[in-house]
Design a protein around this ligand. Structure first.
Ligand code: ADP
Ligand code: MG
Length: 813
């Protein structure tokens, strides 16, 4: 814990100064009594309301102003452990208030450590999606509004440079892993040596495969001594995960572990058996009969989301439709989440980017058209409804082939789910309409094809083969239900098939080339079949449709999945077709890239050195290279220029000299006996690898250490400068709060400035931006940024997420 703030620099000289000293003294007393209360906290007690917890005044006021009074179970159990600095593994159902369970301790623990702008990054909060990070940031801003910390949102979508400047001065960062790592690697100003708290929301997701490398690299940047808190509705208990984060004797706070179900008790859950080919019909019928509801519909891929959204939009169901998937631009994604949050009645088609953590108010239904990949994903998806004591309903559409496997999985996870049947008279088929639309609109058909393929692929790559059985799906009918005239053919090429396909046209061209040069005689190899000539347009067309395996594409793939080399002239050579000289070779390149005539195979002439005689063709041997053919004046000239010849001469070999002055190759073969004497090759190799790994690891550590020292030194200097300046300024100003030279959530002053009131700009150069009431702080034009005189963007009205985002980017600009 940091020592209490001591007065820096000048002693009390005036009344002004002595006031400040008094205030500071009072502050110190409060702090030490707060610290004592935390010390005395009884960990067995289960506090009922926030006022039962030893919280600082700014946090308590922030919570009250956001209308949080009573504690939820997880908050009651986790916060007191966290206040004491323990590592936490928090598990509680969706919508049970986990966000505050970590935000309150983050604020409190930094507050008690008297974290200031000079201390840099104090807490890092990781979330798996941008939307969730934004949401956490918003809650942080709300409950932390009376604190003097600065907080930033790091989620990408902005230029790295823009963010870099500000990051070094942030106390709390809410971020997505990828972007954070980028900054840790590249932003010199960002110091993590001092960081106190690491939080992972939706921890099991952040720790799973997709983020593994990134998260490990992030953790590498962080100090070992820190408090770590993991929260999720489906918490990881894997020892490996905990070891990766080097948790210290973590407290496992699992409040609903003994509960009868893993999902909220206010959530009604159903499934219906809906064959794949009728899923869209059922979905449409559902939407049509629930026009006064707010619904989230989950599909398994972005392409499906797009297709269903676009086609349903054309059909005009009579309720606003929205869609959300990972490939959308960030701005669009934000607008959509905001719009959906504010809508009373709407349908949001989404991929699993929306599955975790998002707290859309008052969602009535969660429909899972495509089966979730596992029971955890199911739990998170349905968790978008029935949040915090509200009711909600969820329906899962299961293909008959998925029923048995999926129900088993859900049962294992304690998910109570009942079967319902769709009333036949309520069902409406949109198949014909979709077919009509696809027929008229090639774009839509194209989307449909993509949706089909991505769905089939998604089933193909699913790990749980008990649930996802590709061969049991009626794909032809499914394609029909999307309005497609037939199922696009899909071949699964072993290994990385996408790559394979992407490179296919190139490969073919390549293949044909090499085939040619091997061809007998070599002078001319021609295609015999006119059909096999591929034009540039053919190839372009193939490339555009690499995912849509239309007929012409599937022709390129044999039934066993190998590529057919079209145009390769497999059986060429029998007779040359003059028309097909498109890819044939007229002249062969013997050496270099200049045009050369064809080589006499026996032109092994010995007149290499005196190679200026004007023969038709002549071959010059330069050391180490293919013979150089001289058959033109240009070539002859070339022989006169040493510089040009260098190109054909091969590089010299590097030699080393021993003590006696004898030259040796850089790498020489050692005596076999000697080699064997040292053990067999495998063990030697292993030993060598181990030694080298150790050496590089060591060197790496040293490098990092040096780099870190340098950065630290630089930062110290900067801090010292700033501190000196700040103190000078503090002398001129009333000492309420610590005006931060960057944008924090701020105390609107311990003086009488009521919240929400427009705060008159202070005379100080320091920034004091009040986030007090989101709708009222339209003050603050641009102000000078501390001593550097930089401008900071105006604080706009904050009503929507888009505003928030603009603000967040303002913070980081
Ligand atoms: P989780 O992360 O567990 O899914 P959230 O933290 O998103 O849940 O909270 C779900 C909802 O419950 C949010 O709308 C939040 O405002 C509300 N909430 C959380 N804690 C409290 C509380 N103590 N009192 C009232 N509402 C709360
Ligand atoms: Mg959450």
């Amino acid at each position: 814990m940091a020592p209490p703030r001591v007065s820096r620099g000048k002693g009390p000289k005036s009344k002004h100064d002595s006031d400040r000293t008094l205030k500071r003294k009072r502050g110190e007393d409060e702090l030490s009594s707060l610290a004592q209360k935390v010390e005395d906290l009884d960990l067995k007690a289960t506090p009922k309301s926030f006022s039962d917890l030893p919280l600082s005044d700014p946090t308590a006021r922030g919570l009250a102003a956001s209308h949080f009074k009573t504690l939820t179970d997880i908050q009651s159990r986790a916060i007191n452990h966290a206040l004491k600095g323990r590592d936490i593994l928090g598990a509680a159902k969706t919508g049970s208030g986990k966000t505050l369970a970590f935000l309150v301790p983050v604020l409190e623990n930094l507050y008690r450590k008297q974290w200031t702008e000079y201390d840099g990054l104090g807490a890092l909060i990781l979330a798996p999606t941008r939307e969730l990070a934004i949401q956490i940031f918003e809650v942080l801003r709300k409950v932390g509004r009376y604190h003097a910390f600065s907080a930033g949102l790091v989620i990408g979508g902005k230029s790295l440079r823009e963010e870099q400047e500000r990051l070094g001065r942030m106390n709390i960062l809410v971020c997505t892993p990828g972007r954070m790592l980028q900054h840790l690697d590249q932003t010199a100003m960002l110091e993590t040596n001092n960081m106190q708290l690491l939080v992972m929301d939706e921890a099991d997701r952040i720790l799973d495969m997709g983020f593994q490398k990134t998260v490990d690299a992030i953790v590498d940047h962080l100090p070992k001594k820190r408090q770590t808190m993991l929260f999720s509705a489906t918490q990881t208990k894997k020892v490996g995960d905990l070891a990766r984060l080097s948790l210290q004797d973590p407290e496992y706070v699992a409040v609903h572990e003994a509960a009868a179900s893993a999902t909220p008790s206010t959530l009604q859950q159903h499934y219906t058996i809906t064959p794949l080919e009728s899923k869209l019909d059922v979905l449409w019928s559902f939407i049509r009969s629930n026009l006064k509801s707010k619904t989230v519909v989950f599909l398994s891929s972005g392409k499906q989301v797009r297709f269903v959204y676009e086609s349903f939009r054309h059909l005009q169901p009579g309720i606003p439709l929205m869609h959300l998937h990972g490939k959308q631009k960030q701005g669009g994604r934000l607008d959509i989440t905001t719009k959906f949050s504010q809508s009373q009645h709407a349908v949001l088609f989404a991929t699993d980017v929306a599955a975790r953590g998002l707290d859309f108010p008052a969602v009535d239904w969660v429909i899972q058209v495509d089966c979730p990949e596992d029971s955890d994903t199911y739990i998170h998806r349905v968790g978008r409804t029935a949040r915090y004591e509200r009711v909600g309903r969820a329906v899962l559409f299961l293909d008959p082939s998925e029923e048995k496997g999926m129900l088993k999985r859900l049962e294992q996870k304690k998910v109570p789910i009942e079967r319902i049947n769709i009333k036949a008279n309520k069902q409406q088929s949109i198949k014909n309409q979709l077919q009509n639309m696809c027929f008229k609109d090639p774009e839509l058909k194209y989307l449909g094809q993509k949706a089909f393929i991505s769905y089939v692929k998604s089933i193909y790559v699913q790990k749980d083969k008990e649930v996802f059985i590709l061969k049991e799906l009626k794909l032809e009918e499914f394609a029909g239900s999307l309005g497609l005239p037939g199922a696009p053919r899909i071949k699964f090429i072993k290994g990385d098939d996408t790559k394979e396909r992407k490179n296919s046209s190139w490969k073919m061209a390549h293949l044909s080339g090499s085939e040619d040069s091997d061809g007998e005689g070599g002078a001319k190899t021609a295609k015999k079949d006119e059909n096999q000539v591929r034009t540039r347009y053919d190839r372009m067309f193939e490339r555009r449709n690499q995912d849509v395996l239309a007929e012409h594409y599937s022709k390129l793939i044999n039934d066993d999945g190998t590529l057919v080399a079209i145009g390769a002239g497999n059986d060429a050579g029998e007779d040359a077709d003059e028309d097909a000289d498109f890819l044939s070779i007229k002249r062969r390149f013997a050496a270099g890239d200049d045009n050369l005539g064809h080589v006499d195979s026996d032109s092994d002439s010995d007149s290499a050195e005196s190679g200026f005689e004007k023969k038709e063709t002549k071959v010059v041997h330069l050391d180490g290279q293919d013979p150089l053919v001289i058959d033109s004046k240009r070539r002859e000239k070339l022989l006169k220029s040493k510089k040009k010849l260098l190109k054909f001469k091969g590089k010299g070999t590097k030699l080393v000299f021993d003590d006696e002055g004898n030259a040796h190759e850089l790498y020489e073969m050692e005596d076999e006996e000697q080699f064997k004497a040292r053990g067999d090759a495998d063990t030697q190799r292993e030993r060598f690898l181990a030694e080298e790994t150790e050496r590089t690891r060591h060197a790496d550590l040293q490098d990092k250490e040096v780099a870190r020292d340098k950065r630290r030194e630089k930062k110290e200097k900067r801090k010292a400068r700033e501190r000196a300046l700040a103190e000078e300024e503090a002398g001129e100003e009333d000492g309420t709060g610590h005006g931060l030279p960057f944008v924090p959530f701020e105390i609107p002053g311990s003086d009488s400035a009521s919240e929400g009131e427009t705060e008159a700009p202070r005379p100080s150069k320091k920034q004091r931006v009040s986030f007090a009431e989101p709708h009222s702080d339209s003050e603050e034009g641009s102000r000078k940024k501390s001593n550097k005189g930089k401008q900071v963007a105006a604080q706009p009205q904050i009503e929507t997420l888009a505003d928030l985002e603009a603000l967040a980017s303002g913070l980081l600009d």
